[in-house]
Design a protein around this ligand. Structure first.
Ligand code: SF4
Length: 202
């Protein structure tokens, strides 16, 4: 949400603050060439005035690459983080590395813990990685879930997609992943072994 859209939405947000029976979190974004980074702070300040929780997300550039935040953006990033929801912040420590433009080591479990389903009903790793695997949802089986759980995502070190980091947080300590090539070899080895067992049983 930008400051401009905040002006338009302010009345609706006040209604929500007065009447909503559910929790509301406002997420501001910074980076990615956004022209007025100070908007993120204005939005977060208004959110806390209205009693909402706030979070801040670092986003990648239009071309998907990760660039360190400028000094001004970093200042705003830390100011918004201070205002923010401590519970959410605890789940977002990867963003400190991303803000510095440094790679972050983690295991992305998209295609398994997290599915991105496009307007054509196909499953993709996420909004940034459409086409992987690009399988129609109706044909997506447990085999696909298992394969994607184990597949190492080449884009993980510079990934800024907060929700995928959060849903897979406990998986960082589980089951190491393999590249797609290694997984194919592993599957071929298992198929060969199964075939061997079946022939021996005959
Ligand atoms: S690492 Fe990030 S960009 Fe890559 S597939 Fe996972 S969520 Fe998408």
């Amino acid at each position: 949400m930008s400051r401009k859209s905040l002006r338009v939405l302010d009345k609706k947000l006040r209604y929500l603050a007065e009447h909503a029976d559910f929790h509301i979190n406002i997420n501001s974004v910074i980076g990615g060439g956004i022209k007025q980074p100070e908007d993120a702070l204005a939005v977060a300040q208004r959110a806390t005035e209205l009693g909402f929780s706030t979070t801040v997300g670092v986003i990648h550039d239009n071309d998907g690459t990760l660039k360190p935040l400028t000094e001004k953006e970093k200042e705003i990033f830390h100011a918004v983080k201070k205002l923010g929801n401590k519970d959410h912040a605890r789940l977002n420590w990867f963003q400190d590395s991303i803000a510095e433009g440094k790679p972050y080591e983690w295991r992305c479990r998209s295609g398994s813990r997290y599915l991105y389903i496009c307007e054509e009903g196909k499953v993709h790793w996420c909004s940034q990685q459409r086409g992987y695997p690009g399988t129609p949802l109706a044909d997506y089986t447990m085999e696909d879930f298992k394969r994607e759980y184990k597949t190492e995502k080449w884009c993980a070190p510079t990934c800024t997609i907060q929700c995928v980091h959060q849903v897979g947080i406990l998986d960082n300590w589980r089951d190491p992943q393999m590249s797609e090539g290694e997984l194919r070899k592993e599957k071929a080895r298992q198929d060969k072994e199964r075939l061997g067992q079946a022939l021996r049983a005959d």
